[in-house]
Design a protein around this ligand. Structure first.
Ligand code: SF4
Length: 359
């Protein structure tokens, strides 16, 4: 088991915020033009060298749209040549051509992730605010499969698309994608609080994902729903424990155990800010003048985020706090306090009444 106080499992680098889409829930509030203070190619190489000092974390090149950077393939190749497992999340725009997908494979990229937020062109393109995005996404998945490049589908769950999840899951299965990564909304960037589900609806989606995970031909992972791990643990216990439940989902859930914003996870912004997550834009330093490794290991922000005794509210006293810990990003987005309890968790910890009596 990796020691998350020393090294992350996952490093996300937002290589640019530029993007030709205008998605309604965009974390980055992306715009078509590149920011003049984006990390340069040389700074990107140095950043990747530093990432390698952590060992071999998974590196995700994200955006915006990474394809808006003309040096993208050079950077991807550099990352792969360093021995880093490297994945990329392009946007479905005219830049995502067959040739671009083939170049991902030829660079040695391990996986390409694309977003599907609706089961058909009408709903997906409405999210993405650009007609044709759905068809391009389907083309990209199909082409990647044809040339042997592994894929992942990312879906952001909101009030608007939650009822269509089974149809999206069918698309994921048909595409041959290896992983369905289900993002739960954090009201930051362009995302609206009113589009988010309430805590009970989160539990309903968890129930759906858990049942699906028993039979789906792809793995399922959640992002910013740390409490899905609590849900899975509860179900496995009800079903007779890990050993007594042969169909219970393992895989990504076990690998993610304990990962949270700043704990096993670090995000580098387009201008080099070191954030615990792209959804938690509080900076521990900047790679232009600070060591990424030092910031991750020793900055007060990251150290506090990894300490469950610093949590507040019910997350502090919860028996699942080491496995889950609640979304620090959502706590920040909804309360302004990144150590507050996750406002979208329906669970009542066993010791809640004790804490109330003693408070
Ligand atoms: S109370 Fe907090 S730590 Fe416990 S399950 Fe909910 S979000 Fe996770």
């Amino acid at each position: 088991m990796r020691d998350f106080s020393q090294a992350p499992f996952l490093v996300i680098w937002e290589v640019t915020q530029a993007c030709d889409l205008a998605c309604v829930h965009c974390r980055a509030s992306a715009e078509p033009r590149r920011h003049p203070l984006e990390l340069t190619t040389e700074e990107g190489f140095r950043l990747l060298d530093e990432v390698r000092e952590f060992g071999d974390p998974l590196v995700v090149f994200t955006g915006g749209d990474p394809l808006k950077r003309p040096d993208l393939f050079e950077l991807l190749k550099y990352s792969v040549d360093l021995g880093l497992r490297t994945t990329v999340t392009p946007s479905a725009t005219p830049l995502l051509t067959a040739e671009a997908i083939e170049r991902f494979r030829d660079c040695g990229v391990s996986r390409m992730a694309v977003s599907v937020d609706g089961p058909d062109a009408a709903t997906h393109d409405d999210f993405r605010r650009v007609p044709g995005s759905f068809d391009r996404t389907m083309f990209a998945l199909e082409h990647a499969r044809r040339i042997g490049l592994e894929t992942q589908v990312n879906t952001t769950v909101t009030r608007l698309n939650r009822d269509t999840l089974p149809r999206i899951a069918n698309l994921v299965a048909a595409s041959g994608a290896r992983l369905w990564s289900v993002f739960f909304l954090v009201a930051t960037g362009r995302a609206l609080r009113t589009d988010d589900l309430d805590a009970d609806a989160y539990e309903e989606v968890f129930a759906y994902l858990y049942e699906l995970s028993k039979t789906a031909p792809f793995d399922i992972k959640t992002t910013e729903a740390q409490h899905y791990r609590r849900y899975v643990a509860q179900q496995r216990k009800r079903e007779g424990g890990a050993a007594g439940s042969p169909k219970a989902p393992a895989g990504p859930i076990q690998r993610q155990a304990g990962i949270n914003d700043g704990k096993g996870f670090v995000f580098i912004s387009h201008t080099g800010e070191i954030y615990p997550s792209g959804f938690l834009p509080v900076s521990g330093g900047n790679v232009r003048q600070d060591s990424l490794v030092e910031v991750y290991r020793t900055s007060p922000l990251f150290v506090a985020l990894r300490n469950p005794d610093r949590l507040r509210g019910k997350c502090r006293i919860c028996e699942y706090r080491n496995l889950c810990g609640g979304s620090r990003s959502r706590a920040y987005a909804l309360t302004g306090d990144w150590l507050a309890e996750d406002p979208k968790c329906a669970y009542e910890p066993r010791d809640r009444h004790v804490a109330l009596v003693n408070s």
